[in-house]
Design a protein around this ligand. Structure first.
Ligand SMILES: *[C@@H]1O[C@H](CO)[C@@H](O)[C@H](O)[C@H]1NC(C)=O
Ligand SMILES: *[C@@H]1O[C@H](CO)[C@@H](O)[C@H](O)[C@H]1NC(C)=O
Ligand SMILES: *[C@@H]1O[C@H](CO)[C@@H](O)[C@H](O)[C@H]1NC(C)=O
Ligand SMILES: *[C@@H]1O[C@H](CO)[C@@H](O)[C@H](O)[C@H]1NC(C)=O
Ligand SMILES: *[C@@H]1O[C@H](CO)[C@@H](O)[C@H](O)[C@H]1NC(C)=O
Ligand SMILES: *[C@@H]1O[C@H](CO)[C@@H](O)[C@H](O)[C@H]1NC(C)=O
Ligand SMILES: *[C@@H]1O[C@H](CO)[C@@H](O)[C@H](O)[C@H]1NC(C)=O
Ligand SMILES: *[C@@H]1O[C@H](CO)[C@@H](O)[C@H](O)[C@H]1NC(C)=O
Ligand SMILES: *[C@@H]1O[C@H](CO)[C@@H](O)[C@H](O)[C@H]1NC(C)=O
Ligand SMILES: *[C@@H]1O[C@H](CO)[C@@H](O)[C@H](O)[C@H]1NC(C)=O
Length: 699
């Protein structure tokens, strides 16, 4: 009666967490590479208390050759100088900002340019704009922000140029500005477009520095900005803010955990007060543990006991029912296993939470009848395709949601296992580039059905060489973006604890939403990697011909590097628009992998790529495509060890994307096709539109 035993365990762990907050439930991730042991909870750096979501920059760790800052938010590493006890945040390469204050109540940090602080006289010469790297979760604070624009070394002798506008101030410091240099100016307020345009032409350098408006307007500095007052204003710093509720970390923090992220912003897990790492949050045990109120504890114990009794009754009923149905149900407790370990998320919306049903504590269960109705009785015309052991139908739920319903072929033992496996894995995983899982039917219902978010724009395979290829909807920049987003999803899967190997990466499983953003689908073949050192799972061969890691057939080992191999095939498809397998091709080129490796090796990239994408006609595109081909080549190495980890693949792709964007040539098509990808860092930006005749200092 193993099920009853598990139920007892659930009840026991609930009861325990209600009684003793410190004992908690066992951590789900075990001794993982990612834990809190190296993160200071709080650290005094000079006068500054550095704690979450900041962390000491020397406390990020190298995992898989990548420095991962896993104690807080990306880009929020503080360098603490042991001798000066100055705390420094490095925003961009070569620009240090000294921390003046951190306000954890208002979520703001006040920083000053270290160059300005280092200049003891009053006139620091600006040397750069303040740039927030796109990966850092920081924004310019909207409270009291202001800017000073600097126009350095302006040649005012050009014929026909008007005199400097009245609202700009001449900098009359001697150090750094006098001595044979052309005059320099600063503008404490926004300039009209006309003045700005003229100054941009006349002046050697233009910088915009964020400052605090209260200092800019102060009677102490305001009137003498040009003769050094501006230096004091710069040394007063500027404010950046972070927004916990905007990030994916919110749930984790609500449950009293702290998020770990790598520098690319990939979620690594939620560090819980008991030292365990969970995903995505610490779950209800911690909520209970955090409440010191004795009454609440009593309620918790009471609730646990009630739940326990309920579970007993339910399991009794369940066992009876199981006999009636005489169904093979070999691993039906898989879902519960995840709930016990705390690895499953609570449903985001309470409507998704079927709290009355204790059998599947986490996964929403749909009545079979509702799904039958939603899909028009699994009507052929609603069929979206076949994938991973089942047929997928489009349907509409009673609440209006359009969904994809996957109907498993039959209810054999293997399918049940597949089903339970997929449901449990899916409910743990949330990422913008993964298909959202809504729930399933009860494994005791007539058929096993999985319900996913419906992704409207078909698969990448459809667009590359399938029935939608004629639309030519995927120009090169969009393909590169698809590669980046798919790699992001895989990097997420490989980075969570315990890691998940997708096992069936292929263009048929990469779906596109209305904006052509990637949703990776079908975790049907996924198995959780054991967390304890072992990096492979041995199972019977699965996967799709043309994509399967050649090492897999040799040693029946499936690692994260197998996903990298399959992803290499995806990259080859993206550059060539050719299918992974095509029996009409030459014998050694039936597999696209073989074809790609051969041609790249012989430097015949031009004979592999889809010429219509701009290869050979556009230099930037040619270069980017060649670089992707080379990356695919590395991913398609016979030996898994030779292949880069997906993290590195992602970084290389992002680098290629950045390079390609800089060269910028793709015109409107890119603007349409490449939405919301942070390509360039946020920079302080002054709107030149509004003309202000009075400097703000005079108010
Ligand atoms: C945390 O990681 C360190 C180093 O990998 C390891 O020695 C330690 O046992 C881990 N602690 C926990 C609680 O997992
Ligand atoms: C990081 O730097 C701080 C301050 O310099 C120091 O106290 C701390 O021990 C360092 N941590 C590690 C892990 O080196
Ligand atoms: C930034 O600060 C670090 C540590 O104090 C120092 O090593 C580095 O040279 C500084 N960089 C610049 C550009 O000032
Ligand atoms: C920050 O929060 C405090 C209260 O904790 C408030 O008095 C103060 O005005 C806030 N500052 C800003 C800049 O919002
Ligand atoms: C440390 O900070 C102080 C102001 O807080 C500044 O005067 C000094 O120049 C800084 N030192 C370094 C090395 O940045
Ligand atoms: C920064 O501001 C932009 C626009 O206001 C917003 O979309 C973004 O979420 C903000 N980022 C953070 C980390 O708060
Ligand atoms: C200052 O805040 C305002 C209002 O939120 C915003 O429109 C403006 O862009 C901000 N300025 C800077 C330099 O961030
Ligand atoms: C300033 O501009 C004028 C006219 O364009 C030019 O003749 C002169 O050489 C410039 N002066 C300097 C110092 O660049
Ligand atoms: C600084 O920002 C201003 C305004 O956005 C821009 O015109 C200027 O070129 C920038 N300077 C540098 C060196 O990037
Ligand atoms: C700089 O200008 C201010 C007025 O704007 C004036 O009081 C001061 O004497 C000037 N300093 C020099 C060195 O010219």
């Amino acid at each position: 009666m193993p099920l009853l035993f598990r139920l007892l365990l659930v009840a026991a762990s609930l009861a325990v967490s209600g009684v003793d907050p410190t004992s908690g439930a066992a951590p789900s991730a075990g001794a993982s590479a990612y834990n809190a042991s190296m993160c200071h909870t709080s650290f005094m750096c000079g006068a500054h208390d550095i704690h979450y979501p900041f962390y000491l920059s020397n406390e990020s760790r190298v995992i898989d050759g990548v420095a991962r800052s896993y104690c807080g938010y990306p880009g929020m590493a503080i360098l603490c100088d042991a001798t000066t006890t100055n705390a420094t945040l490095r925003l961009a390469e070569g620009t240090n900002y000294t921390v003046l204050a951190i306000d954890y109540d208002n979520n703001t940090i006040t920083l000053a340019d270290a160059d300005a602080l280092a200049v003891n006289n009053d006139c620091p010469r600006p040397q750069h704009n303040v740039t927030i790297p796109p990966e850092a979760w920081l924004n310019f604070s909207s409270a009291g922000n202001s800017t000073i624009s600097f126009f350095l070394d302006c040649n005012l002798t050009g014929a026909g140029d008007p005199p400097p506008p009245p609202n700009i101030v001449r900098i009359n410091c001697t150090t750094g500005f006098g001595q044979g240099r052309l005059p320099s100016f600063l503008a404490p307020a926004q300039l009209g477009a006309q003045d700005a345009g003229w100054l941009f032409r006349a002046c050697g350098e233009v910088y915009v520095a964020p400052v605090l408006s209260e200092l800019l307007a102060s009677p102490e500095y305001g009137p003498r900005l040009g003769s050094g007052g501006y230096g004091d204003v710069l040394r007063g710093g500027f404010r950046l803010s972070w927004d916990p509720s905007a990030g994916p970390c919110y749930e984790c923090e609500l449950s009293k955990g702290q998020c770990g992220y790598d520098q690319a912003g990939v979620f690594l897990g939620c560090l819980c007060p008991d030292g365990s790492v969970r995903d995505p949050d610490c779950g209800d045990q911690v909520h209970l543990a955090g409440q010191k109120d004795a009454n609440r504890r009593k309620i918790a114990i009471g609730a646990a006991l009630v739940l326990f009794l309920l579970l007993l009754v339910m399991s009794f009923l369940y066992i009876r029912k199981k006999r009636q149905y005489k169904m093979t149900y070999s691993s039906g407790s898989g879902l519960l296993k995840y709930s016990i370990s705390g690895g499953t998320p609570r449903s985001r919306g309470s409507t998704d939470m079927d709290s009355g049903n204790v059998h599947h504590l986490q996964t929403h269960q749909f009545p079979y009848e509702e799904l039958e109705e939603a899909t028009g009785g699994f009507c052929d015309t609603r069929e979206l395709g076949d994938g991973g052991f089942g047929t997928v139908y489009k349907g509409q739920l009673r609440d209006g949601r359009v969904v994809a319903v996957k109907r498993l072929y039959n209810n054999g033992c293997r399918q049940v296992e597949q089903f339970v496996n997929e449901a449990a894995i899916l409910s743990r995983l949330r990422h913008p580039n993964l298909v959202t899982f809504y729930g399933c039917t009860s494994s005791r219902s007539r058929e096993l059905l999985l319900v996913y978010e419906y992704v409207p724009n078909g698969t990448v395979a459809d667009h590359l060489h399938g029935h939608r290829a004629a639309e030519r909807a995927l120009p090169w920049p969009l393909r590169l973006n698809i590669a980046v987003e798919a790699a992001t999803a895989l990097a997420y899967l490989h980075a969570i604890e315990p890691p998940v190997v997708h096992r069936d990466v292929k263009t048929n499983n990469i779906l596109l939403d209305a904006d052509f953003h990637v949703k990776v689908a079908d975790f049907g073949l996924s198995r959780l990697l054991p967390p304890d050192g072992a990096t492979h799972v041995s199972t019977t061969p699965q996967g799709t011909p043309g994509y399967v890691d050649p090492e897999y057939h040799r040693c029946y080992q499936l690692t994260d590097k197998s996903d990298v191999y399959s992803f290499g095939v995806v990259l080859a498809e993206l550059i060539s628009s050719k299918p992974a397998v095509d029996v009409t091709r030459d014998r050694d080129e039936i597999n696209l992998a073989g074809m790609a490796v051969g041609r790249i090796q012989r430097s015949q990239v031009d004979q592999l790529v889809d010429i219509d994408l701009g290869f050979g006609t556009d230099e930037a595109t040619s270069m980017a495509m060649t670089m992707v081909a080379e990356l695919a080549f590395r991913c398609l190495q016979q030996s898994g060890e030779m292949r880069p980890p997906i993290r590195e693949v992602l970084d290389v792709l992002k680098g290629i994307q950045k390079g390609g964007v800089k060269e910028g040539d793709e015109g409107e098509r890119k603007k349409d096709g490449l939405p919301r990808v942070p390509c360039s860092p946020d920079t302080v930006h002054v709107s030149w539109e509004s003309f202000s005749t009075t400097p703000s200092i005079s108010q």
